[in-house]
Design a protein around this ligand. Structure first.
Ligand SMILES: [Zn+2]
Length: 387
């Protein structure tokens, strides 16, 4: 196995809880990679010899981003809908149906090459672990093949048959399909099951039924909740002990208390609020109440078509009053926790060799220089990409 030392790192973010501060910073640092894992982390002056050497030249290194929420399996484009929304029309969940028609009409090869392009786009921006949902097939065949496509790119695949009720079906009949034949076809390709719990999509009882059926098939639950309105979705996630509940834009005091008590992670998706011109979630209030907060892109063709975790960090800092350190931690270590993963999001011996060299002296530049491409190099499983 080849070892590589990345040395002369001006500022290293480890997220290692054994080290000081939220980010476990090490200055004048080095990291040694041994194949797909991190072998050593510490001061550059103490670094052991390695087969190859990379000189970071005083720049910062961070763990690769963990994007725990994306919808990459789709076809078509909704830029016209975006333009309409930006000129005065409100977003409604029904726009999903446009993408469903295009996705059903696409071939497996077309879907696969489209996902490959988006995954490459994410990796070039520093994302080294990502979750991908289905949810634009909404038929037994199209949900199963969407997940089979997603599985080629990540183990973190999520069955989201309960994304929206198709136009030609009643909600009751559709929930029966999702919890029956569709789940059976989807489960072999999925680790997670998710429901869009919202007015215009699925109510709390329907979400509960879908998550229970998923659990019976060995899938772990996640939830889209409280994105557009107040409702019981977040409290359902907490009651069921789900690892994460996503969006959390409209929260009551009872919702915040439930999150704090349950330990369920609130995954905030500020690219959505940016792209739909909606109010942002109260990240500051959640953190101050003791809730664990993750950040993810929600990359999808309708409500938020960014794949940039750096943009999410900048929005979290500027619009949601997270500190730059909190935002980076939420986009790496807590993102990993939201996927119940402890092998990524942290740079320490034995962890995955997933890291990003920034074209900057400090991680703070991710928020300080919004919109600027700052990724100078990416290693995923020890394999170098850019740089
Ligand atoms: Zn989503």
């Amino acid at each position: 196995m080849t070892t590589t030392v990345i040395t002369r790192i001006g500022e290293l973010v480890t997220n290692d809880p054994e080290r000081e501060g939220l980010l476990g910073l090490v200055h004048d640092a080095a990291v040694v990679l041994d194949g797909a894992t991190v072998a050593w982390v510490g001061p550059a002056a103490d670094a052991p010899a390695a087969d190859a050497q990379v000189d970071a030249g005083g720049r910062a290194v961070i763990p690769g981003f963990v994007d725990s929420h994306s919808h990459l399996v789709f076809a078509g484009d909704r830029s016209a809908e975006f333009e309409a929304r930006m000129t005065g029309q409100p977003y409604t969940a029904g726009g999903i149906r446009t993408t469903v028609a295009r996705t059903r009409a696409a071939s497996d090869d077309q879907l696969t090459s489209h996902v490959a392009r988006l995954v490459a786009e994410m990796r070039a921006q520093g994302t080294t672990t990502l979750e991908i949902k289905s949810g634009y097939g909404l038929s037994v065949h199209d949900e199963a093949r969407s997940l089979a496509v997603a599985r080629q790119f990540t183990e973190e695949t999520t069955f989201l048959g309960a994304h929206v009720v198709p136009a030609d079906t009643s909600p009751e009949d559709y929930v029966e399909l999702v919890t029956g034949p569709m789940l059976e076809a989807a489960a072999p390709h999925a680790r997670w099951i998710d429901v869009f719990c919202e007015d215009g999509a699925f109510d709390v009882d329907q979400a509960r039924a879908v998550l229970a059926a998923g659990a019976d098939s060995g899938l772990r639950g996640r939830l889209h909740a409280n994105q557009l309105t107040y409702g019981g979705g977040v409290r359902l996630a907490c009651e069921l002990g789900l690892v994460a509940v996503d969006h959390c834009t409209f929260l009551s005091d009872a919702d915040v208390a439930a999150l704090s008590e349950s330990g369920t992670i609130a995954t905030l998706l500020p690219g959505v609020e940016f792209s739909t011109r909606q109010p942002y979630p109260d990240a500051r209030g959640l953190i101050d109440a003791g809730v664990r907060v993750a950040l993810a892109s929600d990359c999808n063709p309708g409500s938020c078509f960014t794949s940039s975790m750096a943009l999410c960090i900048a929005l979290a800092v500027r619009e949601m009053r997270m500190s730059p350190a909190e935002a980076l931690h939420a986009a790496t270590a807590t993102g990993a926790a939201a996927l119940d993963r402890d092998d990524v999001g942290v740079l320490a011996p034995g962890k995955a060799a997933d890291l990003v060299l920034l074209e900057a002296p400090s991680y703070v530049h991710l928020a300080y220089r919004p919109g600027v491409p700052l990724v100078a190099g990416v290693w995923q499983g020890g394999r170098p990409g850019l740089g």
